[in-house]
Design a protein around this ligand. Sequence first.
Ligand SMILES: [Mg+2]
Ligand SMILES: [Zn+2]
Length: 190
Amino acid sequence: MGSGPAAGRVAAFLDRDGVLNESVVRDGKPRPPASVDDIVIRPGVPAACNSLRDAGVLLLVVTNQPDIARGKATWDEVDAINQHLITELGLDAVLVCPHDDADGCDCRKPKPGLLLQGAERFGVDLARSVMVGDRWRDIDAGRNAGVTTVWVRSDYPEGAPDAPDHTVDDLAEVVPLLIPALTVEEDSLR
Ligand SMILES: [Mg+2]
Ligand SMILES: [Zn+2]
């Protein structure tokens, strides 16, 4: 894990469904919106994204979309939702895993692949960054990538994640959590 002035930028790796936009629980599973018309951005999310961006934090969405592998959604349908969120929230990028468990990819959370891709592309210092998610897969992916983990409290039947570093009710609570990491960055520039 790098440290010091050349270590890179602070990122908030953000899960999409259930963090930025509402998930709809169907058959006991949180489900993504089916189309742009179905997107409901969660309260406080635009303001939290603005605060994080103004503080110099990269906003990198990392999202499992196994409906693509399952033939229940097309890449274009998923991308239309992502582009809408990029525009509405000023996100830096949305990284997508389109696979299912059987594909054995290295990007489906809880694997850290999406976070590592984002870190490489944007020069992120993982040790000072966070992963924010509403499911155990997000928290485990963050831990596997070496970032601080933040669980957005949910009550899905699958249960709570194992030992997140922080638990919050919404994205707004993540802003103060990142201030120490940003202070380190400023100090390192002196
Ligand atoms: Mg989610
Ligand atoms: Zn994948």
